[in-house]
Design a protein around this ligand. Structure first.
Ligand SMILES: [Zn+2]
Ligand SMILES: [Zn+2]
Length: 425
């Protein structure tokens, strides 16, 4: 479709709506919400889609705040789905921006600061702008477009057992009817390189790693700290487990074929210095690049936990509470849709092919239809005296100029897919 009047119109629409899209993004940024609690954000999104005249707007999906809007184009064709995530993180923002977040939220029963430290505010705003452009061009669209706004990409809230936002949407069957024929998704990329605003990076094939999250519960026997022989100390068992687990990536893995890391991020137990507690808990992530080794690695973790706890007279249970598959970009889809990305890329920043991409729970959608995931750079300009941290850091910033490219790319993909498919089919 290069240089067709329609392509030129899409680009002009994107430039025309850009300033309003940035206002939306800043509003979301100032009002971030944690996973499964994106009530304000989801309400704004769903109202927007209804006001635009989407044929169908479903609210409250994925057990919480998911929104799906369906727009029927003016011509017959396939169903293409785009994904944006809406959740923020328990991080205290220190950017000092005029629209910085001062909000708090509830996470695991505790009040915590909340910040859009991964850029999902930008994703949501971009997809709202995509919606508006598609409605303006409805007559030219071949097939249906489904806009998916998902909760909890960063994992479910602690009191939400089990599934992250995308996995939950799949499990709930929200894609049964209509069933998408392809999924497209972008993530902003702030990798601290200046001058990357609008740089598209895409990879044909599987992404970096899969991630299985574990919760280890250690049962001992509590008692007086002065009489340790009467107790089974779950903290000591935990300390030994924590150390022993590090041997799994080092000694149980063929490092030439599989990159494995095992990190424990939470280790807690006890409330007073002279009371040995009954239990202790750990939480962490096993990450690995060869998905076939997942069951084996889980078994190793369980054997280590069980063996050490039993040797000390206690007991350990391992709960794999979430498994996030690798992002699998469909090579054929990625090749076919490449012209849509090329057309969106700024003239001085051609699309970059990379040999991996980072993890996003949109990977779960590969179970439904072929997926293409890509990143769009939001690095600060060369010479900008401000600095930005990486994703999830309190100083994380987004160069909003990069979102112009993201908007053009997503709009092109939504429209071009129908033309591509009907031409080939
Ligand atoms: Zn993130
Ligand atoms: Zn993210």
């Amino acid at each position: 479709m290069t240089d067709t009047p329609l392509a030129a119109r899409l680009s002009a629409h994107a430039d025309a709506i850009f300033d309003r899209m940035i206002e939306w993004r800043r509003d979301f940024h100032a009002n971030p919400e944690l996973g499964n609690q994106e009530f304000r954000t989801a309400g704004i999104v769903a109202d927007h889609l209804e006001r635009l005249g989407f044929d169908e707007v479903r609210r409250g999906l994925g057990g919480s705040t998911g929104v799906i809007g369906i727009l029927q184009g003016g011509q017959p064709g396939p169903c293409v789905a785009l994904r944006a995530d809406m959740d923020a993180l328990p991080v205290r923002e220190t950017t000092g921006l005029p629209f910085a977040s001062g909000q708090t939220g509830i996470w695991g029963g505790e009040t915590v600061p909340v910040m859009h430290a991964c850029g999902h505010d930008a994703h949501t705003a971009v997809q709202m702008a995509v919606a508006e452009i598609l409605v303006a061009e409805r007559a030219s669209i071949k097939g249906k477009v489904m806009l998916v706004f998902q909760p909890a990409e960063e994992g479910p809230a602690p009191d939400w057992q089990g599934l992250s936002g995308a996995a939950r949407l799949v499990a709930d069957g929200v894609f049964d009817d209509p069933k998408p024929d392809a999924f497209f998704c972008f993530h902003v990329l702030q990798d601290e390189r200046p001058g990357t605003a609008g740089e598209i990076r895409v990879h044909e094939g599987a992404g970096t790693y899969a991630m299985n999250l574990m919760r280890i519960k250690i049962h001992g026997r509590g008692g007086h700290g002065a009489f340790p022989w009467r107790t089974v100390d779950p903290l000591l068992i935990g300390a030994q487990i924590l150390t022993a687990l590090q041997a799994i990536p080092a000694k149980n893995v063929n490092v030439n074929e599989n990159a494995v890391t095992l990190s424990i991020g939470i280790f807690k137990g006890g409330t007073k210095f002279n009371v040995i507690p009954e239990t202790a808990e750990m939480e962490g992530a096993l990450r690995f690049t060869d998905p076939a080794t997942g069951p084996y690695l889980e078994e190793r973790v369980e054997a280590v936990c069980r063996g050490i706890a039993e040797a000390a007279g206690g007991r350990a249970e391992v709960d794999w509470y979430m498994r996030v598959p690798l992002v699998q970009n469909d090579p054929e889809l990625t090749r076919r849709m490449r012209p849509s990305l090329d057309r969106a890329a700024p003239a001085d920043k051609p699309v970059v092919e990379v040999d991996n991409c980072f993890l996003d729970d949109v990977s779960n959608f590969s179970a439904i239809a072929p997926l293409m995931f890509f990143t769009v750079g939001v690095g600060l300009d060369e010479g900008d005296p401000d600095r930005s941290g990486f994703h999830h850091e309190p100083t994380f910033r987004v160069n909003e100029e990069g979102l112009r490219t993201a908007l053009k790319a997503m709009t092109n993909l939504a429209v071009d897919y129908g033309y591509e498919t009907t031409r080939n089919g």
